[in-house]
Ligand binder design. Sequence first.
Ligand SMILES: [Zn+2]
Ligand SMILES: [Zn+2]
Length: 397
Amino acid sequence: MSLRDEAEMLAQKLIEYRRFVHMHPEPGFEEFETSKYIQERLKELGLSPKVVAKTGVVAEIVGERGDSKTILLRADIDALPVTEANDVPYKSRNEGFSHACGHDGHVAALLGAAELLLKHKSEFKGKVLLVFQPAEEGPGGAKPMIEEGVIGSPDAPEIDAALALHVTAELEKGLIGITDGLLTASADEFYVTIKGKGGHGSAPHNAVDPIFIAGNVIVGIQGFLTRTVDPVDHVVFTWGKVVGGERQNVISETCRLEGTLRTHSREVRQKLHQTIPEFIKQVAKTYGGDAVVELVTGYDVGINDKRVNDSVRKAVSKLYSPNNIIDTGAIMGAEDFFEFSLGGKIPVAMFWLFAGNKEKGFIHGNHSNHFDFDEEALPMGAAILAEAAIDFLNSDD
Ligand SMILES: [Zn+2]
Ligand SMILES: [Zn+2]
């Protein structure tokens, strides 16, 4: 029997795992029930899970063919503060939260991969490090797990690669998206307070209008970026929150803006960390005001390693068909999975497990309150994770 058939035999179990996690969505670092559930499942498989970074879980599977490399397989486990709009039997029971990014599917697929790897441990050398990571949606759980010694510290296991999948309903079930090189963007947060001088709406010349300044900053930054960044370098800046003013005829003291900066280039990112605050302050000064700009740096750009991807390609081709693989290119979304590369030192890769189904209505994007996916894709995810890990560990390059 192939790993594919064995994974299909686990289908009901994986759906059960996914539905339990789906019904109990929890935000970052509060995934206590999810974490407990994962630990119980791992113990059932005969593994010895350890808790790291509050709600993270790690466990090790050792191949019986001797020492070799170690590969880390990662699933993120957190949910989003999104109220689920779908009326399904497995609907979220935690009002205001849901697994709108499919991380429930990641948990199920990795548990499935663990079971497959255990069954086949006589067929591979080296080790698999299972990592169930909290808080991907923020503030980031990969870094705290690394800081607590999952990898990268003197007594932590040395890893040679890391692999993860991400569920999305953007394309139909059966397809696997693999992209070499750049996959995800860096993501930084800007918090801006425009300072003006309060006054009467009829006498702007006696005041400094922070809302007018904010308007110029909001519009101006788009032109600023297109005129100062090489057009071949992808950059996007979105203001997601604007708060200012008291009433229609009052010029207020301040206006607050919050925005996100995404880039595909570490150099461009570094430059913009300097020039965006300067630009905002300059605009404020032009109209007699001032600006305080707070920058919170977030996730780094995500770069997929071709060698790790090749193991995924081989796994898909062997268990399914090369026709199931598509190259989907880079996105401006961000992922903290790439923290496991320790700044690019360790080859890592993330592939897309497409799980859309137009007939069943699984057509919504990740983070939508209507997001859902075809659970029948879960065995495919589990099988590919397991097969790619075995391929990587058994190969000598
Ligand atoms: Zn997400
Ligand atoms: Zn996600």
